[in-house]
Design a protein around this ligand. Structure first.
Ligand code: FAD
Length: 297
Protein backbone atom coordinates (compact mmCIF):
# COMPACT_ATOMS: atom_id res chain seq x y z
CA UNK A 1 0.00 0.00 0.00
CA UNK A 2 1.22 3.46 -0.84
CA UNK A 3 1.70 5.98 1.95
CA UNK A 4 0.21 8.77 -0.19
CA UNK A 5 -3.11 6.83 -0.01
CA UNK A 6 -2.78 6.25 3.74
CA UNK A 7 -2.29 10.01 4.18
CA UNK A 8 -5.64 10.73 2.54
CA UNK A 9 -7.25 9.60 5.80
CA UNK A 10 -8.64 12.34 8.00
CA UNK A 11 -8.15 10.07 11.00
CA UNK A 12 -4.94 10.13 13.03
CA UNK A 13 -2.21 7.96 11.51
CA UNK A 14 0.81 6.97 13.57
CA UNK A 15 3.87 5.50 11.87
CA UNK A 16 7.13 4.25 13.38
CA UNK A 17 10.71 4.41 12.20
CA UNK A 18 13.18 1.62 12.91
CA UNK A 19 16.82 1.10 12.00
CA UNK A 20 18.47 -1.99 10.50
CA UNK A 21 21.30 -3.98 12.12
CA UNK A 22 24.84 -2.84 11.38
CA UNK A 23 26.13 -6.42 11.23
CA UNK A 24 24.74 -9.88 10.56
CA UNK A 25 25.20 -10.99 14.18
CA UNK A 26 22.60 -8.48 15.41
CA UNK A 27 20.06 -9.21 12.67
CA UNK A 28 17.89 -11.45 14.88
CA UNK A 29 17.78 -8.91 17.73
CA UNK A 30 16.69 -6.16 15.34
CA UNK A 31 14.22 -8.42 13.55
CA UNK A 32 12.60 -9.31 16.84
CA UNK A 33 12.44 -5.65 18.03
CA UNK A 34 10.93 -4.46 14.75
CA UNK A 35 8.37 -7.26 14.79
CA UNK A 36 7.49 -6.15 18.34
CA UNK A 37 6.48 -2.81 16.80
CA UNK A 38 4.78 -4.35 13.75
CA UNK A 39 2.36 -6.34 15.94
CA UNK A 40 0.97 -3.01 17.17
CA UNK A 41 -0.31 -2.42 13.61
CA UNK A 42 0.94 1.12 13.06
CA UNK A 43 -0.29 2.95 9.95
CA UNK A 44 3.09 2.26 8.32
CA UNK A 45 6.72 1.72 9.27
CA UNK A 46 9.98 2.93 7.77
CA UNK A 47 13.48 1.45 7.90
CA UNK A 48 16.52 3.72 7.75
CA UNK A 49 19.54 3.22 5.49
CA UNK A 50 23.26 3.74 6.12
CA UNK A 51 25.22 6.28 4.13
CA UNK A 52 27.35 4.58 1.47
CA UNK A 53 25.26 1.43 1.46
CA UNK A 54 26.73 -0.25 4.56
CA UNK A 55 23.39 -1.51 5.85
CA UNK A 56 21.57 -1.55 2.52
CA UNK A 57 20.57 -5.19 2.30
CA UNK A 58 19.41 -5.28 5.89
CA UNK A 59 17.14 -2.28 5.27
CA UNK A 60 15.27 -4.17 2.59
CA UNK A 61 15.38 -7.47 4.51
CA UNK A 62 13.84 -5.91 7.60
CA UNK A 63 11.21 -4.05 5.57
CA UNK A 64 10.22 -7.10 3.53
CA UNK A 65 10.04 -9.33 6.62
CA UNK A 66 7.55 -7.00 8.34
CA UNK A 67 5.46 -6.35 5.27
CA UNK A 68 5.14 -10.05 4.44
CA UNK A 69 4.52 -11.28 7.99
CA UNK A 70 2.38 -8.48 9.39
CA UNK A 71 1.01 -6.69 6.30
CA UNK A 72 2.19 -3.36 7.69
CA UNK A 73 2.90 -1.02 4.73
CA UNK A 74 6.65 -0.42 4.66
CA UNK A 75 8.93 2.35 3.47
CA UNK A 76 12.62 1.74 2.71
CA UNK A 77 14.99 4.70 3.15
CA UNK A 78 17.63 5.16 0.47
CA UNK A 79 20.60 7.55 0.56
CA UNK A 80 22.72 8.54 -2.44
CA UNK A 81 25.74 10.57 -1.26
CA UNK A 82 28.99 8.68 -1.74
CA UNK A 83 27.10 5.99 -3.65
CA UNK A 84 27.44 5.27 -7.36
CA UNK A 85 24.61 5.41 -9.87
CA UNK A 86 25.05 1.68 -10.40
CA UNK A 87 24.60 0.84 -6.70
CA UNK A 88 21.61 3.15 -6.42
CA UNK A 89 19.97 1.53 -9.45
CA UNK A 90 20.57 -1.93 -7.96
CA UNK A 91 18.95 -0.82 -4.72
CA UNK A 92 15.93 0.58 -6.56
CA UNK A 93 15.50 -2.79 -8.31
CA UNK A 94 15.82 -4.66 -5.00
CA UNK A 95 13.26 -2.43 -3.29
CA UNK A 96 10.82 -3.00 -6.14
CA UNK A 97 11.49 -6.77 -6.21
CA UNK A 98 10.82 -6.93 -2.45
CA UNK A 99 7.33 -5.54 -3.06
CA UNK A 100 8.05 -2.28 -1.22
CA UNK A 101 6.13 0.61 -2.75
CA UNK A 102 7.41 3.48 -0.60
CA UNK A 103 10.88 5.03 -0.64
CA UNK A 104 12.24 7.83 1.56
CA UNK A 105 14.68 9.48 -0.86
CA UNK A 106 17.62 11.07 0.94
CA UNK A 107 20.98 12.50 0.21
CA UNK A 108 22.56 11.35 3.48
CA UNK A 109 25.06 13.26 5.63
CA UNK A 110 28.32 14.20 4.00
CA UNK A 111 31.09 12.06 5.52
CA UNK A 112 33.37 14.19 7.73
CA UNK A 113 36.48 13.26 5.71
CA UNK A 114 34.95 14.13 2.32
CA UNK A 115 36.55 17.18 0.66
CA UNK A 116 34.69 19.41 -1.82
CA UNK A 117 36.91 17.97 -4.55
CA UNK A 118 35.97 14.38 -3.57
CA UNK A 119 32.34 15.39 -3.49
CA UNK A 120 32.34 16.86 -6.96
CA UNK A 121 33.35 13.45 -8.32
CA UNK A 122 30.38 11.61 -6.84
CA UNK A 123 27.34 10.81 -8.96
CA UNK A 124 24.95 12.51 -6.52
CA UNK A 125 25.13 15.86 -4.76
CA UNK A 126 21.55 16.25 -3.52
CA UNK A 127 18.44 14.20 -2.81
CA UNK A 128 16.59 15.77 -5.75
CA UNK A 129 18.76 13.72 -8.15
CA UNK A 130 17.72 10.49 -6.44
CA UNK A 131 14.07 11.57 -6.54
CA UNK A 132 14.31 12.12 -10.31
CA UNK A 133 15.96 8.74 -10.72
CA UNK A 134 13.18 7.02 -8.77
CA UNK A 135 10.61 8.70 -11.01
CA UNK A 136 12.54 7.66 -14.13
CA UNK A 137 12.75 4.04 -12.92
CA UNK A 138 9.28 3.46 -14.30
CA UNK A 139 8.10 1.99 -10.98
CA UNK A 140 5.24 3.90 -9.40
CA UNK A 141 6.90 4.41 -6.01
CA UNK A 142 5.39 6.68 -3.42
CA UNK A 143 8.32 8.98 -2.58
CA UNK A 144 9.00 10.69 0.74
CA UNK A 145 11.51 13.50 1.31
CA UNK A 146 13.20 14.91 4.42
CA UNK A 147 12.63 18.44 5.70
CA UNK A 148 13.93 20.57 8.54
CA UNK A 149 11.71 22.89 10.62
CA UNK A 150 14.86 24.28 12.26
CA UNK A 151 16.67 24.64 8.87
CA UNK A 152 19.19 22.13 7.53
CA UNK A 153 22.65 22.97 8.96
CA UNK A 154 24.11 23.46 5.46
CA UNK A 155 21.53 26.11 4.49
CA UNK A 156 22.25 29.75 5.11
CA UNK A 157 18.56 30.63 5.53
CA UNK A 158 15.17 29.01 5.87
CA UNK A 159 14.14 30.57 2.55
CA UNK A 160 17.05 28.88 0.75
CA UNK A 161 16.18 25.56 2.43
CA UNK A 162 12.51 25.86 1.45
CA UNK A 163 13.35 26.70 -2.16
CA UNK A 164 15.42 23.50 -2.39
CA UNK A 165 12.61 21.60 -0.70
CA UNK A 166 10.25 22.90 -3.34
CA UNK A 167 12.55 21.50 -6.02
CA UNK A 168 12.25 18.08 -4.37
CA UNK A 169 8.48 18.30 -4.38
CA UNK A 170 8.42 19.41 -8.01
CA UNK A 171 10.66 16.43 -8.84
CA UNK A 172 8.04 14.04 -7.45
CA UNK A 173 8.02 13.86 -3.64
CA UNK A 174 4.56 12.80 -2.41
CA UNK A 175 5.03 13.78 1.22
CA UNK A 176 7.65 15.21 3.58
CA UNK A 177 8.73 14.01 7.00
CA UNK A 178 10.43 16.41 9.38
CA UNK A 179 13.60 16.04 11.34
CA UNK A 180 12.74 15.41 15.00
CA UNK A 181 10.97 18.38 16.52
CA UNK A 182 10.30 18.82 20.25
CA UNK A 183 8.45 22.11 20.12
CA UNK A 184 5.24 22.03 18.08
CA UNK A 185 5.27 25.80 17.52
CA UNK A 186 8.44 25.37 15.46
CA UNK A 187 6.63 22.79 13.34
CA UNK A 188 3.57 25.03 12.79
CA UNK A 189 5.76 28.02 11.94
CA UNK A 190 7.60 25.89 9.36
CA UNK A 191 4.35 24.50 7.94
CA UNK A 192 2.94 28.00 7.39
CA UNK A 193 6.17 29.00 5.60
CA UNK A 194 5.92 25.95 3.33
CA UNK A 195 2.26 26.60 2.50
CA UNK A 196 3.05 30.26 1.87
CA UNK A 197 5.73 29.21 -0.65
CA UNK A 198 3.34 26.85 -2.44
CA UNK A 199 4.48 23.52 -0.97
CA UNK A 200 1.19 21.68 -0.61
CA UNK A 201 2.15 18.01 -0.04
CA UNK A 202 1.44 16.43 3.39
CA UNK A 203 4.13 17.27 5.97
CA UNK A 204 4.49 14.72 8.75
CA UNK A 205 6.09 15.91 12.00
CA UNK A 206 8.81 13.59 13.32
CA UNK A 207 8.42 12.88 17.03
CA UNK A 208 11.34 11.48 18.99
CA UNK A 209 10.38 10.04 22.40
CA UNK A 210 13.32 10.75 24.69
CA UNK A 211 13.26 7.93 27.20
CA UNK A 212 16.69 8.23 28.75
CA UNK A 213 18.67 11.31 29.67
CA UNK A 214 21.79 10.59 27.56
CA UNK A 215 19.53 10.39 24.50
CA UNK A 216 18.69 14.09 24.91
CA UNK A 217 22.26 15.22 24.44
CA UNK A 218 22.75 12.75 21.56
CA UNK A 219 19.57 14.08 19.91
CA UNK A 220 20.79 17.68 20.25
CA UNK A 221 24.20 16.74 18.82
CA UNK A 222 22.73 14.85 15.88
CA UNK A 223 20.02 17.28 14.86
CA UNK A 224 20.70 20.62 16.60
CA UNK A 225 17.02 20.40 17.61
CA UNK A 226 15.71 22.86 20.16
CA UNK A 227 14.83 21.09 23.41
CA UNK A 228 12.23 22.99 25.46
CA UNK A 229 13.20 23.93 28.99
CA UNK A 230 10.23 21.95 30.32
CA UNK A 231 11.70 18.77 28.93
CA UNK A 232 15.20 19.50 30.22
CA UNK A 233 13.68 19.95 33.69
CA UNK A 234 12.00 16.55 33.44
CA UNK A 235 15.29 15.00 32.42
CA UNK A 236 17.16 16.69 35.29
CA UNK A 237 14.54 15.44 37.73
CA UNK A 238 14.14 11.84 36.48
CA UNK A 239 17.33 11.25 34.47
CA UNK A 240 18.78 8.84 37.04
CA UNK A 241 15.55 6.81 37.33
CA UNK A 242 15.24 4.80 34.07
CA UNK A 243 11.61 3.72 34.59
CA UNK A 244 10.40 7.21 35.50
CA UNK A 245 12.39 8.73 32.61
CA UNK A 246 10.88 6.25 30.16
CA UNK A 247 7.36 7.02 31.38
CA UNK A 248 8.05 10.77 31.18
CA UNK A 249 9.42 10.43 27.62
CA UNK A 250 6.35 8.48 26.48
CA UNK A 251 4.02 11.04 28.06
CA UNK A 252 5.89 14.00 26.58
CA UNK A 253 5.75 12.48 23.08
CA UNK A 254 2.06 11.65 23.52
CA UNK A 255 1.32 15.16 24.74
CA UNK A 256 3.06 16.57 21.66
CA UNK A 257 0.98 14.30 19.39
CA UNK A 258 -2.29 15.28 21.08
CA UNK A 259 -1.42 18.96 20.71
CA UNK A 260 -0.62 18.43 17.00
CA UNK A 261 -3.85 16.50 16.51
CA UNK A 262 -5.88 19.15 18.35
CA UNK A 263 -4.47 21.74 15.97
CA UNK A 264 -5.48 19.86 12.83
CA UNK A 265 -2.44 17.63 12.15
CA UNK A 266 -3.56 14.13 11.19
CA UNK A 267 -0.29 12.26 10.64
CA UNK A 268 2.70 11.77 12.92
CA UNK A 269 5.90 9.76 12.47
CA UNK A 270 7.56 8.46 15.64
CA UNK A 271 11.29 7.80 15.77
CA UNK A 272 10.76 4.68 17.81
CA UNK A 273 14.43 3.62 17.85
CA UNK A 274 13.58 -0.12 17.75
CA UNK A 275 11.84 0.10 21.15
CA UNK A 276 8.53 -1.81 21.09
CA UNK A 277 7.72 -0.88 24.70
CA UNK A 278 7.98 2.83 23.91
CA UNK A 279 5.90 2.45 20.72
CA UNK A 280 3.26 0.53 22.66
CA UNK A 281 3.31 3.08 25.49
CA UNK A 282 2.55 5.90 23.06
CA UNK A 283 -0.21 4.00 21.24
CA UNK A 284 -1.79 2.95 24.57
CA UNK A 285 -1.87 6.57 25.76
CA UNK A 286 -3.28 7.75 22.43
CA UNK A 287 -6.07 5.17 22.47
CA UNK A 288 -7.38 6.88 25.58
CA UNK A 289 -7.35 10.31 23.98
CA UNK A 290 -8.36 9.80 20.38
CA UNK A 291 -9.77 6.27 20.64
CA UNK A 292 -11.70 5.19 17.57
CA UNK A 293 -10.46 8.09 15.51
CA UNK A 294 -7.06 6.42 15.28
CA UNK A 295 -6.46 4.74 11.96
CA UNK A 296 -5.29 1.16 12.30
CA UNK A 297 -5.06 -1.52 9.66
P1 FAD B 1 19.03 17.38 0.51
O1 FAD B 1 17.58 17.49 0.21
O2 FAD B 1 19.96 17.19 -0.63
O3 FAD B 1 19.40 18.70 1.33
C1 FAD B 1 20.68 18.81 1.97
C2 FAD B 1 21.13 20.28 1.96
O4 FAD B 1 21.40 20.69 0.62
C3 FAD B 1 20.06 21.26 2.48
O5 FAD B 1 20.75 22.31 3.11
C4 FAD B 1 19.38 21.75 1.20
O6 FAD B 1 18.79 23.03 1.36
C5 FAD B 1 20.54 21.78 0.23
N1 FAD B 1 20.13 21.51 -1.16
C6 FAD B 1 19.17 20.64 -1.58
N2 FAD B 1 19.10 20.65 -2.93
C7 FAD B 1 20.02 21.53 -3.36
C8 FAD B 1 20.45 21.97 -4.65
N3 FAD B 1 19.87 21.51 -5.76
N4 FAD B 1 21.45 22.88 -4.72
C9 FAD B 1 22.05 23.36 -3.61
N5 FAD B 1 21.70 22.98 -2.35
C10 FAD B 1 20.70 22.09 -2.23
N6 FAD B 1 20.28 9.77 6.94
C11 FAD B 1 20.74 8.52 6.64
O7 FAD B 1 21.95 8.32 6.46
N7 FAD B 1 19.87 7.44 6.56
C12 FAD B 1 18.54 7.58 6.75
O8 FAD B 1 17.80 6.59 6.66
C13 FAD B 1 18.03 8.89 7.06
N8 FAD B 1 16.69 9.09 7.25
C14 FAD B 1 16.22 10.35 7.46
C15 FAD B 1 14.84 10.56 7.58
C16 FAD B 1 14.33 11.83 7.83
C17 FAD B 1 12.83 12.03 7.93
C18 FAD B 1 15.22 12.93 7.97
C19 FAD B 1 14.66 14.30 8.28
C20 FAD B 1 16.59 12.74 7.85
C21 FAD B 1 17.11 11.47 7.58
N9 FAD B 1 18.48 11.25 7.42
C22 FAD B 1 18.96 9.97 7.14
C23 FAD B 1 19.43 12.36 7.54
C24 FAD B 1 19.72 13.05 6.17
O9 FAD B 1 20.38 12.14 5.33
C25 FAD B 1 20.59 14.28 6.43
O10 FAD B 1 19.88 15.24 7.14
C26 FAD B 1 21.28 14.90 5.20
O11 FAD B 1 22.26 15.83 5.66
C27 FAD B 1 20.36 15.63 4.24
O12 FAD B 1 19.59 14.77 3.52
P2 FAD B 1 18.42 15.36 2.56
O13 FAD B 1 17.84 14.23 1.86
O14 FAD B 1 17.56 16.28 3.33
O15 FAD B 1 19.34 16.21 1.54
Amino acid sequence: MKIRDILKSDQLTVSFEVFPPKKASSFETVRSATEGIAVLHPSFMSVTYGVGGGTSNYTIDIARNIQEKYQVPMMAHLTCISSTREIVRQQIEKIHDAGIENVMALRGDIPADMTDEDRSKWDYQHAVQLIRELKESGYDFCIGGACYPEVHPESSSSLEDIMHLKEKVEAGVDFLTTQMVFDNDLFFHFLYQLRDRGVTVPVIPGIMPITNSTQIYKAIRMSSAFIPRRFKTVSDRFGDDPEAMKAAGILYATDQIIDLYSNGIRHVHVYSMNKPDVAKGILDCLQGFVGKRMKHL
